[in-house]
Each structure stands twice: as structure tokens, then as C-alpha cells.
Design a protein. Structure first.
Length: 255
């Protein structure tokens, strides 16, 4: 309420008593509340409230607590393991979680190394790219951003300049990878393509046949082979990269 005016009424709402999800006044007002109690909370109407004439004004919220529930964590036992992890027992679930964490850490480490390698290659690549090629790649990046609803409504010069730089970096990296793949005779085999299709099918919960048919259309199979070739080239570069661990204090001085 703002003064004598009721702004909204609602029934049977559920709130999780959590400071991260509730306004501080609401959290404090509901803390230790019991079923059947009525609480009055004083706060200001949010600035983004649809009815602008009330935004920011002091208001009173009347809350009637109908029920209080307590979250209870399940007991960590073999039954829990069967329910959540498709494991036979708790020991197997723990091993599975440990294995997944190790794989995640390895993947993160690999991604960081690849990022550093790519950064080095782009920085040291000596080549001249035509404006036409950069423009075409920039337009592709823009189209992808539009599809994902990440592009600005009115792209300005700064946006296109940023895309042009990204496009140039991607093209440099592509041509460097192509040269390395050619020199090292790296190719994608049919067996590797089938393995990739099977992995994609498993990830999206589809049959390998459906995924294979998708890639057979509009030259997508060629794109898949190209992706595998690029991945194999990246793996080669990562395997030969010399990773140097820099102490935090030295890293700060460099930056």
C-alpha cells in the first residue's frame, strides 16, 4: 500500500527465504515468521515499477504467513546414488563425480592453453587480408549475432569496427591453421567423422542416423570434416606448446 491505495493483491505465493533473492526488508520481515502470523514490511516501491507515479515512494506490504517449510537435504546413501547418479552405490557416485571434475579441469586447462596459442598465432601472423574478405566475415558474424538476438538494434561504427577486428583475427587464425594442417598432412577421416556424429547424437539425445542426414545436406559434411581438421591441428599445437607458470605477483607486475 502507498498511503491508502492498494497497488497489488496476491495469494498463495511462495518465497524462498534467501537474502540473494529477496529485498532486504522482505527478508528481515519474514525471518523467524510463524504460520498464521501477519507481518507488515515497510520499504520503497521499486524504481522500475510499471506505474511510474508510485515508483520510489514509501509503501507498506502486509504479509500473512500460511505455511512455513524447511528444506531438508537427502541422506547421502546408496539409494540417493541410485536416484541422482544412475550409480549402484554411494562409492560409485563419488568416483563418478571425481572423474567428472577431473575431466572438467582438464578441459578448462586445454581451453586456456588453446586460447593462449591462438592469441600468439594471431599476434605473430604476417599476412594481408583484403577489405572485401574482412567485410564478408564481419557480415557473417553479424548474422550469427542477429540469430542469437545478441546484435544491437542499430549497429553503429564502433560495433562494425569491433566486428571487423574479430573477423580479421578469425581469418588469420583460419589461414594459419590451414597452413599448419597442410604442412603436417592433417586430414579428417570418415571414421573420425562418424565418431563426431555419434558424440553429437548422444549430446542432443538423437539417433546417429538423424544427425548424419543433417550433415549430408547443403555441404554440411564438408564443414564437419573441416571442423575435425581444425580440432586436430589445435590438438597438435597444444601438445607442443610450452606452458610457463608465472607467479601471481609477477603476473600483476606485467599487467
Amino acid at each position: 500500500m502507498v498511503g491508502d491505495q492498494v497497488l497489488e493483491e496476491a495469494k498463495d505465493l511462495s518465497y524462498e527465504l534467501d537474502e540473494a533473492h529477496l529485498a532486504p526488508e522482505m527478508f528481515k520481515g519474514l525471518l523467524e515468521a510463524k504460520a498464521g502470523e501477519t507481518k507488515e514490511v515497510s520499504m520503497n516501491v521499486p524504481e522500475h515499477y510499471p506505474k511510474k507515479e508510485f515508483a520510489g515512494k514509501p509503501c507498506a506490504i502486509h504479509l500473512t504467513v500460511k505455511e512455513v517449510k524447511e528444506k531438508k537435504l537427502p541422506e547421502l546413501n546408496d539409494e540417493f546414488a541410485k536416484d541422482v547418479g544412475e550409480c549402484q552405490n554411494l562409492t560409485e557416485l563419488k568416483a563418478k563425480i571425481r572423474d567428472n571434475l577431473q575431466k572438467y579441469q582438464q578441459e578448462m586447462s586445454k581451453m586456456q592453453t588453446e586460447s593462449k596459442v591462438n592469441e600468439f598465432l594471431v599476434k605473430n601472423a604476417e599476412m594481408t587480408l583484403s577489405e572485401r574478405l574482412i567485410k564478408r566475415q564481419s557480415e557473417r558474424l553479424h548474422e550469427a549475432a542477429v540469430e542469437k538476438q545478441q546484435a544491437p538494434e542499430k549497429p553503429d561504427d564502433a560495433y562494425w569496427k569491433m566486428l571487423a577486428q574479430r573477423a580479421a583475427d578469425q581469418l588469420k587464425l583460419y589461414f594459419v591453421y590451414e597452413k599448419i594442417a597442410e604442412a603436417e598432412k592433417i586430414e579428417a577421416t570418415e571414421a573420425e567423422a562418424e565418431e563426431k556424429i555419434a558424440a553429437i547424437a548422444k549430446k542432443i539425445n538423437q539417433s546417429a542416423g538423424v544427425v548424419r542426414e543433417y550433415y549430408k545436406k547443403d555441404g554440411r559434411m564438408e564443414d564437419l570434416h573441416e571442423r575435425i581438421r581444425q580440432d586436430k591441428t589445435a590438438d597438435l599445437l597444444i601438445s607442443q606448446a610450452k606452458v610457463k607458470t608465472v607467479p601471481p605477483e609477477k603476473a600483476e607486475k606485467k599487467s
